[in-house]
Design a protein around this ligand. Structure first.
Ligand SMILES: [Zn+2]
Length: 382
């Protein structure tokens, strides 16, 4: 277990590159780190990587071994991948895929003491930028957090790949990123612990605020772009917000009630198909109720969620019946003293959290019926 530090922290990847066609041609950003890549990738990208990525690397005299990720980031899978990097004498790890693939690549690089470059293929997760890997057990249950001493060396974000990913992942990424500022704000007020168990920095808070402002300013235009699979400046800014600012904002700024509620919701079987970011967005609504946030703030969060096609109620998240006992249990898990609910400035008990979730759901029903044109547009940067 990592010790608590009284120091404030700013931690981030060394480089974050955004552009079209990076998956097919990443050599320029890889050659400085090594000449023998171990590529861990999701099955859907195997052919593309063999046909394009590998060819591009070969042209620059970079060798590669391509290994398909085995669906779950377990200790066994990480051990298997580590053994292969030794066998092929690789000097750099490249992860291409979703959050679990990237978490495995980070873990392998850590154990093998190699540089790591990540290429996310969906925008739904903070995994690319953080110095943390989430390990699961073989049966899919959470195992442990692996705290890494360093963030990834480079993140290469191919907008062509992301714009062609299912839109639901983009929306889920917006949900996760939308909570970043509100959670960092709470954590900063309490001087709680951030994701690396240090105290939040002003930059962590500032980055989180920028994340929120970019989302607020660009969500309408970005969703139009996503609908048409068109890469636009608004879409690119949203990628900065959902992948980079959200990740380092959470890591340096800290989390609070939104993620704690999301963690509590994991016990409800009806919600197992909901995306992490979709549940975090509901957790954010709960946090805003607990904070008794300003009306304009709540309304703008709902505006963004509505435009992003995020679920506004637990029914929309997949819940069939509100089981009072079960939701009391969600509240008690969310209020675990080791979770991030403690970063809220006001002290809350289980009943307060239950009441806030119930109220957040009621608000969701109300805002669902409010026509989108009746929301006030909030523009932070002109
Ligand atoms: Zn999250």
């Amino acid at each position: 277990m990592i010790k608590n530090f009284i120091h404030r922290s700013i931690t981030s990847p060394k480089k974050f590159i955004i552009g079209k066609g990076l998956l097919n041609n990443p050599s320029k950003y890889i050659k400085d780190f090594g000449s023998n890549c171990f590529i861990i990738c999701d099955v859907v990208f195997l052919d593309t990587i063999k046909q394009h990525t590998e060819v591009s690397l070969n042209k620059e005299n970079i060798k590669s071994h391509i290994e398909q990720f085995n669906y779950q980031c377990t200790k066994e899978e990480v051990d298997r991948l580590c053994a292969l990097t030794k066998k092929f004498k690789n000097d750099i790890v490249v992860g291409i895929g979703g959050g679990k693939t990237l978490d495995s690549a980070k873990a392998v690089a850590y154990y093998e003491r190699l540089p790591v470059i990540l290429m996310p293929t969906i925008a739904s997760t903070d995994a690319p930028c953080t110095s943390l890997s989430v390990l699961y057990k073989g049966n899919g249950e959470f195992d442990k957090y692996l705290y890494l001493p360093q963030n990834p060396d480079s993140i290469l974000v191919d907008t062509t790949v992301l714009i062609n990913a299912p839109p639901r992942f983009f929306s889920a990424g917006v949900g996760d990123a939308l909570a970043t500022y509100f959670e960092a704000r709470a954590c900063y007020q309490t001087t709680g612990n951030n994701l690396v168990n240090m105290k939040p920095s002003r930059i962590g808070l500032g980055v989180s605020k920028m994340c929120y402002e970019i989302i607020s300013d660009n969500i309408d235009k970005a969703m139009d772009a996503v609908k048409n699979k068109a890469i636009t400046p608004a879409f690119e800014q949203m990628i900065e917000a959902t992948i980079y600012l959200s990740g380092i904002g959470a890591e340096s700024g800290g989390l609070a009630a939104a993620h704690a509620v999301c963690n509590g919701m994991s016990i409800i079987p009806d919600l197992h198909r909901a995306q992490h970011g979709e549940k975090v967005a509901f957790g954010l609504l709960t946090q805003l109720v607990l904070e008794n946030a300003a009306h304009e703030e709540i309304e703008n969060v709902f505006r963004i969620m509505k435009i992003a096609n995020l679920p506004l109620t637990v029914e929309d998240l997949g819940l069939k019946n509100w089981d009072v006992e079960q939701w009391h249990k969600v509240a008690s898990i969310a209020n675990d003293k080791n979770d991030t609910m403690v970063n809220l400035p006001q002290k809350v008990d289980d009943q307060d959290i239950y009441n806030a979730m119930l109220t957040a759901n009621e608000m969701g029903k109300r805002y669902k019926n409010k026509p989108i044109d009746s929301f006030k547009f909030v523009q932070f940067n002109k």
